[in-house]
Design a protein. Sequence first.
Length: 173
Amino acid sequence: MRMDPASETSAADLVNYSSERELADLIFKFGEERHSRRVARAIMRARPLRTSTELAQVVTRAIPSRPGPHQIHPATRTFMALRLAVNHELDNLEQFLAKVLTVMAKGGRLAVISFHSLEDRLLKQVFASWGREGRAAVLTRKVVRPGEHETGNNPRSRSAKLRVAEKTTGDRV
């Protein structure tokens, strides 16, 4: 799950060495999993976990089944939380957004596709802040989502959300 293989902490480290509370908090915060405490408890009992398949099975058994046609795999939120934590994805997005306007020319457009509600929420807040400050105009008042044709051809696109902003000031720092 590491984007940088040289990174010190792996998902396996988090799964096998974090405290139950740390795991539950991580899964709740980054995965928005409401059964995070139950999942963390199950992981603790199953340690050591050596493969992603083992982890997926443990999580699946810990989460009550969710009936419905659009149900995601029960372990999806846990895996997403681990990936976000291991790669510091939200921190990196924040750092990027704090600097990106300084390298853009006036009229330059920034288009960002997010795949997680935490990422999208951060983008929405930052873009709105830029708009209030007069630094950029938000070109997508409402998030742009893939249509039925796109999701039919590319099921992974189902959670994609596009937001676009255009820089309105001429300053470069």
